[in-house]
Design a protein around this ligand. Structure first.
Ligand code: CP
Ligand code: NVA
Length: 312
């Protein structure tokens, strides 16, 4: 990988992405190894997590290294101590920082001051590790990324942003349908469109779920209320009426379409019980692939290509 930090899908070149996916496939097949036997990861999560915490901790364990979880209350990012001082202190103990923060700005500050790599484990703007796991999952089910169409129905949030960039980078068409006022950030759309021009993909934003999903190979949704937005829950429940991925919507997707969700899911809101429990739902493959995709990220950021011969 050509970057020190992994804070956005836009940090990756197409070559980086292909390398990470190939590495993830290999690491998934290989299981436990000693690639990072002398390495320590510092994990800071400012918001709740199930998948992210267990998958990063397990990833380090399976690579022979260790992860140390630092609770946000103890660390007090930017409150008990400045982000800059925390970054420089952790750089003296650990080999990599993985952080879930309210603000992307905090991650960028961590990255700026840390001598060691910093990985975005979800921020207000992006969820790049989720996107990598999702691309790996799509690759497993469809055998390719380029030329496919991913329809995202719902909030133009962090998960949608990373997917738009991931699609732009990999040559997958990205169609998003969001209610008015909940569209994907225009900077992300522009960035994804620039990437898409090179990869040959289309990035299309509208308000009509049926237009987005028509003929799509992948139908994706996420919560209508992200962490930190809980005060808006009632308003959002009303504003997102008509944006549930249900069987009627899935019926107009491609006949071999898969359903995806990063989890946690809210049945009866963004997705119907019937769809998430259907045979086309791959949500637990996505959850598992967080582990494998993140192992690839860790190996790349901590060892690079030079590490490969050692653990093969
Ligand atoms: N998808 C995801 O990031 O899950 P957690 O919030 O449980 O980590
Ligand atoms: N968009 C969601 C994703 C959770 C993994 C959130 O930020 O809460």
């Amino acid at each position: 990988m050509h970057t020190k930090d992994f804070l956005s899908i836009a940090d990756l070149s197409n070559t980086d992405l292909q390398l990470l996916l190939a590495e993830a496939v290999e690491l998934k097949a290989k299981g436990w190894n000693h690639a990072l036997s002398d390495k320590t990861l510092a994990l800071i999560l400012e918001k709740p997590s199930l998948r992210t915490r267990i998958s990063f901790e397990l990833a380090m364990r399976q690579l022979g290294g260790q992860a140390i979880y630092l609770s946000p209350a103890e660390v007090g990012l930017g409150r008990r101590e400045s982000v800059a001082d925390i970054a420089r202190t952790l750089s003296r103990y650990a080999d990599i920082i993985v952080a879930r923060t309210f603000s992307q700005q905090t991650l960028e500050e961590l990255g700026h001051y840390a001598d060691i790599p910093v990985v975005n484990a979800l921020s207000d703007e992006e969820h790049p590790c989720q996107c990598l796991a999702d691309l790996l999952t799509i690759l497993e089910y469809k055998g390719t990324l380029k030329g496919l169409t991913l329809a995202f129905v719902g909030d133009g949030n962090n998960v949608a942003a990373s997917l738009a960039l991931g699609c732009g980078l990999s040559g997958m068409n990205f169609k998003i349908a969001s209610p008015a006022g909940y569209e994907l950030n225009s900077t992300i759309v522009e960035r994804a469109q620039i990437m898409a021009e090179t990869s040959g993909a289309e990035i299309i934003c509208n308000h009509d779920p049926y237009l987005a999903v028509q003929g799509a190979d992948i139908v994706y949704t996420d919560t209508w209320t992200s962490m930190g937005q809980e005060a808006e829950t009632e308003k959002r429940l009303k504003d997102f009426i008509g944006y549930q991925v249900d069987s009627a919507l899935m019926a107009i997707a491609d006949r071999n379409a898969i359903f995806m969700h990063c989890l946690p899911a809210h049945r009866g809101q963004e997705v119907s019980e019937e769809v998430i429990e259907s045979r086309v739902s791959v949500v637990f493959d996505q959850a598992e692939n967080r582990l494998h995709a993140q192992k690839a990220v860790l190996v790349q950021l901590l060892g690079g290509a030079g590490i490969l011969p050692d653990y093969r």
